[in-house]
Design a protein around this ligand. Structure first.
Ligand SMILES: Cc1ncc(COP(=O)(O)O)c(C=O)c1O
Length: 341
């Protein structure tokens, strides 16, 4: 094991820190090349690239975790590979074999091993795989060439404070259309969310809650994370909608709730007018892990779930198990962990 570099691991935010190597592969004439590592953190692409003008690009986010014995592991990278392929299909971009995606992630982690934060700091190495349409093109059509890259950066908590409740308000704008790209991880969804996020942040909220764009009655997402609630009957409930990004963390929590906590689990409509059904609520995602939702402001009134300052017992338990699995302290369900040797 190489020596871990010296950084203020306990106070790391969610910011870009340049690491030593990234992976790059190019698609031309119907094929992906073998791909390789480079120390250059800039891309040199045509000014007429589709990614720049028509948003033909998509990405993923996953993490490498250091365990107690100093080894390193990935959490469900096959799921990120599959979701990337779903985004690629939506934008008429060439798919990437799952093995190629996982191999690229492993190469990047190994080459930057000394940037994987120490066990116990709570920090992780965040991997950002992305695919962009490049080559010379001016009309609105798919690009002639593509770049697949994976870079990494060490990160701490996404929402300041880690497992402390945050307040959210209901967004003034939509992030995705009912039959649009909401279920895929394409850059345009995030560009479309910047203004709504700023309006919420300016009012002191951590982020905004997006309602379903067609009826504005059902919860869809919490910023760049999925919503879940624990009902007063102790059920795990999370919204069902074709315009939500299928969160890998959310599906993992559903399994944890079912298998480890023996809770009934439902994916169904969650009405903004019926928040009273929940005793606890949270936002979940790779970056956010679990962020307890203190309260949601809707039509000028703040609805508080468990508490604005304390974390509820069920969310505490879910967090403990998920965190334990990701950092190797709790045995994971079959196939969730990819060890890096
Ligand atoms: C819009 C959105 N929703 C939900 C999530 C959470 O997904 P995951 O748990 O796979 O990170 C993310 C982050 O990837 C996201 O960007």
């Amino acid at each position: 094991m190489s020596k871990i570099i010296d950084l203020d691991w306990n106070n790391l935010g969610f910011e870009y820190i340049k690491t030593d190597f990234r992976y790059i592969s190019t698609w031309k004439d119907g094929n992906w090349d073998k791909g390789s590592l480079t120390d250059d953190n800039y891309l040199h692409i045509s000014e007429a690239s589709c990614a720049l003008h028509y948003g033909q690009q998509c990405f993923e986010g996953l993490k490498a975790y250091r365990t107690k014995d100093g080894s390193i592991q990935l959490f469900r990278p096959d799921r990120n590979a599959e979701r990337l392929n779903s985004s690629l299909r939506k934008l008429l971009m060439p798919e990437i074999p799952v093995e190629k995606f996982i191999d690229a992630c492993i190469q990047v982690v190994k080459a930057n091993e000394h940037f994987v934060p120490p066990y116990g700091s709570g920090a992780t190495l965040y991997l950002r795989p992305f695919v962009i349409g490049v080559g010379h093109n001016i009309g609105v059509k798919p690009a002639p060439e593509y770049i697949f890259s994976v870079f990494c950066t060490p990160v701490g908590a996404y929402f300041k404070g880690g497992l402390t409740p945050c307040n959210f308000n209901v967004a003034e704008y939509d992030r995705a259309a009912p039959r649009g790209t909401g279920h895929t991880k394409v850059g345009g969804n995030y560009a479309a969310s910047l203004q709504a996020h700023k309006l919420s942040a300016d009012k002191g909220f951590a982020d905004c809650i997006y309602l379903d764009p067609a009826t504005q009655t059902k919860i869809e997402e919490v910023g760049a994370a999925n919503f879940f609630g624990i009902t007063k009957n102790n059920e795990f409930v999370t919204p069902k909608s074709p315009s939500i990004l299928p969160s890998i963390t959310k599906y993992s929590l559903m399994e944890i709730a079912r298998k480890y906590l023996h809770m009934p689990v439902y994916e169904r409509e969650v009405y903004i007018d019926n928040l009273d059904e929940f005793k606890e609520a949270g936002a979940c995602g790779t970056a956010a892990v679990i962020t307890p939702i203190g309260g949601i402001e809707y039509k000028g009134k703040l609805h508080v779930f468990y508490s604005e300052t304390e974390v509820g017992p069920v969310i505490k338990e879910l967090y403990k198990i998920l965190y334990g699995i990701q950092f190797g302290d709790i045995k994971a369900p079959e196939g969730w962990i990819y060890k890096i040797n």
